[in-house]
Design a protein around this ligand. Structure first.
Ligand SMILES: [Ca+2]
Length: 142
């Protein structure tokens, strides 16, 4: 079974001056179920705005999802179509850390983003299940 770690065990890289709190959730969930869990219990899946953010979130879903409406019929699986769950902003401008040759939308089935253990981003089928991280904003949970 997969139990969430306690706050004390699961918060990392945190002090009161940090702007964000990340909580690792050791449930295996689809991207959509992870998003629902984070929105119910925290703020959202994490938005990654810097290398520091990236270092705090590994081997889990992140809050980036492809929005086919933004490109369908125009430009294919372009990087500009990736949307942050927490803000609705595209990742067109700002920090990105795609792995080599990613996103590739393999078999036309990959619309959600998982961060590998090395911190690189890769698009995966949203129905796959991974651990995930929730983002709490400025509230200090630790
Ligand atoms: Ca991929």
């Amino acid at each position: 079974t997969h139990q969430p770690l306690s706050y004390k065990e699961s918060c990392f890289g945190l002090t009161e001056e940090h702007e964000k709190t990340y909580v690792l959730i050791r449930y295996l969930r689809t991207w959509n179920d992870a998003q629902t869990y984070c929105r119910q219990h925290y703020k959202d899946l994490p938005i990654i705005e810097s290398a520091e953010d990236n270092a705090n979130v590994q081997a889990s879903w992140i809050g980036l999802i492809d929005d086919p409406k933004s490109w369908k019929g125009t430009m294919g699986n372009d990087v500009n179509s990736w949307i942050w769950s927490a803000t609705g902003d595209t990742s067109r401008i700002g920090y990105r850390n795609w792995d080599l040759l990613q996103p590739d939308n393999l078999f036309g089935t990959e619309f959600c983003v998982m961060m590998e253990s090395d911190g690189m981003w890769e698009d995966y089928p949203c129905r796959d299940t991974f651990h995930f991280v929730c983002y709490q904003g400025k509230k200090n949970l630790c």
